[in-house]
Ligand binder design. Structure first.
Ligand code: NDP
Length: 391
């Protein structure tokens, strides 16, 4: 009903000319409007099977098994057709659980070039292997979504981007929070001016590395497999989020190391960094990254008319987002269920591959972030000296 129709009906009732009983009786009459459920528009689940993208998952470790693979199960445009693993029994067991019956290992990986049931590859290997397997997959003619951080060095990232271009395939970096409803909502509020003029972002991200009891932490402390330390693995979340929220390019960084240098865990990679980024308009972001404190991700964004607190900020299953407008009561936001981020990410990449359009978080973003972390290390090596940065 239009606004004017609504007004007219209210007026008639108010004037006593249209009895309420008449409205109730009229509701059942022929031609009266009825409430009827409608199908979800643009539902990718309705896509014909041929329009789905077929994926191989490379590396069946903790994150792949716990989050990536269940994400595929919940997805609409993406279907797992192959597993690549150095452990054939694990791959077979997982294949039985998820209906995947094509398996490769690291030695015969290149033969995916002949496999028409694979369109895209999701690299979930230790960082030091990202560039090699991404480039091998691209050369085999597959689109590649690579886990964060993109690779060990800017040179490796550039080679991955060049391979994607040379083979006319999409290359994305798996920055999942760009597909997480609460983070997307916060970024929209920040960049749309809802907090007034943005002034400051702060973000902490860390966990206490436990290589003795938790196997996935072991490669994270070896430079050849990890590329870098806490900043590569966990600090990258808040750093990337600062750019997502501020919506500007960084122009300068500074940083200091913040971990006990006699800690035997950190012989090869840094165990913690306090970093600061200056943006083009003069806004600052700062944060901490650590392998030495109890786990957590927290972010706060301050503007001239309000602030947003995110804690946790980049969890798999829960996000707590509180809006704090000046002079009003804080309001807890519920923009959506974080768990959808894993399915949404692979579906977005599938759509990019199907339409041959760049993914929302492309290789270029991954390269920018590795360059930025390298600049952060350069500053920390000089005990906090300002290091200019250009995107
Ligand atoms: P894991 O150690 O649990 O898994 C890595 C897997 O890679 C192994 O299980 C193994 O799979 C394979 N692999 C191949 N070569 C090696 C090697 N030399 N050493 C160790 N593993 C090897 O690590 P995670 O699952 O925690 O991390 C994997 C990737 O996912 C990393 O890039 C990490 O940064 C990223 N990640 C992303 C997260 C996010 O939220 N986006 C969260 C956690 C991790 P197989 O036995 O099948 O061969």
């Amino acid at each position: 009903m239009t606004g004017s129709g609504m007004d007219r009906r209210r007026l008639l009732i108010g004037a006593g000319t249209l009895p309420l009983a008449g409205i109730a009786a009229g509701a059942g009459a022929q031609n009266a409007p009825q409430a009827i459920g409608q199908p979800l528009l643009n539902n990718a689940a309705d896509l014909p099977e041929a329009k789905k993208v077929n994926w191989a998952v490379v590396g069946l470790g903790n994150f792949a098994v716990g989050q990536v693979i269940p994400g595929f199960v919940a997805s609409h445009r993406s279907r797992m057709t192959a597993f690549v693993s150095g452990n054939p029994q694990k791959a077979k067991d997982l294949g039985a659980r998820y209906g995947v019956n094509t398996f490769y290992d690291y030695a015969n990986f290149d033969s995916i070039v002949h496999d028409k049931t694979i369109d895209a590859v999701y690299i979930v290997l230790p960082v030091g292997l990202h560039a090699e397997y991404t480039i091998r997959a691209l050369k085999a003619g597959k689109h590649v979504l690579c886990e964060k951080p993109m690779a060990s060095t800017p040179e490796e990232c550039a080679a991955m981007i060049a391979a994607a271009k040379a083979n006319n395939r999409q290359l994305g970096v798996a920055y999942r929070v760009h597909f997480e409803p609460n983070n997307v909502d916060v970024a929209r509020r920040c960049t749309s001016g809802e907090l007034g003029t943005l002034r400051y972002f702060t973000g902490d991200a860390g966990f206490n590395a436990d290589p003795e009891h938790w196997v996935p932490h072991r490669w994270r402390l070896q430079k050849a497999l990890a590329g870098g330390g806490s900043m590569y693995d966990i600090g990258i979340y808040a750093m990337n989020a600062s750019m997502m929220c501020v919506g500007e390019d960084p122009v300068e960084v500074s940083a200091v190391y913040s971990y006990p240098h006699d800690d035997p865990r950190f012989k090869e990679v840094e165990g913690g960094v306090n970093w600061r980024i200056k943006f083009r308009s003069g806004i600052f972001a700062q944060g901490s990254s650590s392998y030495c404190y109890a786990g957590g991700t927290r972010q706060k964004i301050y503007g001239t008319t309000g602030a947003i607190v995110m804690e946790p900020a980049s969890d798999y299953y829960q996000q707590s987002i509180t809006l704090m407008p000046t002079g009003k009561s804080p309001e807890t936001l519920h923009a959506g269920n974080p768990i959808v981020q894993f399915a949404a990410q692979v579906d977005a990449f599938s759509q990019a591959a199907l339409s041959n359009t760049p993914h929302l978080t492309p290789g270029e973003m991954g390269l920018r972030d590795i360059r930025l972390i390298q600049a952060i290390y350069k500053s920390a090596d000089q005990n906090g000296a300002a290091v200019p940065f250009q995107v």
